[in-house]
Design a protein. Structure first.
Length: 301
């Protein structure tokens, strides 16, 4: 698979490690002659590279020969009909967005992924999870429109969900004190779900836009079964557990989220941490906060 990927421009200059990761999200498929690979009006995810054979493209109209084409045939056309038996390389677009540098990424046509999704899925919380799990989380999100000046969450109220900014701009504040501004792809509202307490700040829309809501139940499922237990992880967690830089982290029984954040300030970002403690919720919170900082962590079994 590595040598196959190197035949095409987006992958030709990548290092071996990156190519190995790309290869996990690629597969070869065979399509007989006179068959639709992509029918007009269909928009399947991913990029398709022609390894062998000849195809007719629709809009733009033309013929593509494998020997002459070193870039993806799709996206970029409205349909693909095989003229001869064809062999294709299909590469999942979503993982590639995080694995290629800007130059190589520009060589891959867009398959319709929104910018907010790219930024969110590129976050430290998400990069260890497989595309299957990304899709599962994205399916749980509910879109809501908010007007400029509208309060999304208010300090002191109970929390029922967390949010991802899909469009517009928001500000996190306590009274008149601005804590941070939020744009597309930013995640907020999770602290109250982690602690079970009230909102510790307010969020108000600066510009009208769309927010994606993730309710408490879906958030807990994501946190406990996916992020913490490693279900559907994109890479083998066993390799992390045997890492020579692995360390154990003992967390106390009932600290708040602020105390946990302060406790994590002095940790080595180059290590992997196995989190232990008497309270499962606090362990899960610690893992979540570690991953927000880009530090690999799991709850001890």
């Amino acid at each position: 698979m590595i040598e196959t990927l190197r035949q095409f421009e987006p992958f030709a200059d990548l290092d071996w490690t990156t190519l190995m990761t790309v290869a996990r999200h690629a597969r070869e498929i065979e399509i007989p002659a006179n068959r639709w690979l992509i029918r007009p009006g269909q928009h399947p995810p991913g990029s398709f590279f022609l390894l062998r054979g000849k195809v007719k493209t629709l809009d733009p109209d033309g013929v593509v020969n494998a020997r002459m084409h070193r870039r993806p045939v799709y996206p970029g056309v409205a349909g693909l009909l095989t003229i001869s038996p064809c062999r294709w390389l299909r590469v999942d677009t979503l993982p590639i967005a995080f694995l290629l540098d800007g130059t190589s990424r520009a060589a891959l046509p867009s398959s319709g992924t929104d910018d907010w999704e790219i930024k969110f899925l590129q976050s430290h919380m998400m990069t260890d999870l497989s595309p299957m799990i990304w899709q599962r989380i994205l399916r749980d999100l509910q879109p809501r429109h908010y007007d400029s000046g509208q309060v999304v969450v208010e300090q002191g109220e109970d929390a029922a969900c967390s949010y991802i900014v899909a469009g517009g701009q928001a500000v996190v504040h306590r009274g008149d004190q601005v804590l941070r501004e939020l744009g597309p792809g930013d995640f907020f509202g999770e602290d109250a779900l982690l602690t079970g307490g009230p909102r510790n700040a307010s969020v108000t829309m600066l510009k009208a836009g769309r927010l994606m809501e993730l309710d408490r139940g879906c958030f807990q499922d994501w946190l406990e079964r996916l992020l913490v237990l490693g279900e559907g992880a994109a890479e083998d967690t066993g390799a992390v557990l045997s890492d020579t830089k692995r360390k154990e982290l003992q967390v106390p029984g009932c600290p708040g989220v602020t105390v946990v954040r302060e406790m994590l300030d002095g940790l080595d970002p180059g290590c992997s941490y196995i989190v232990r403690g008497e309270v499962a919720k606090i362990c899960a919170m610690s893992v979540f906060l570690l991953r927000q900082r880009g530090i690999r962590a799991w709850v001890a079994s």
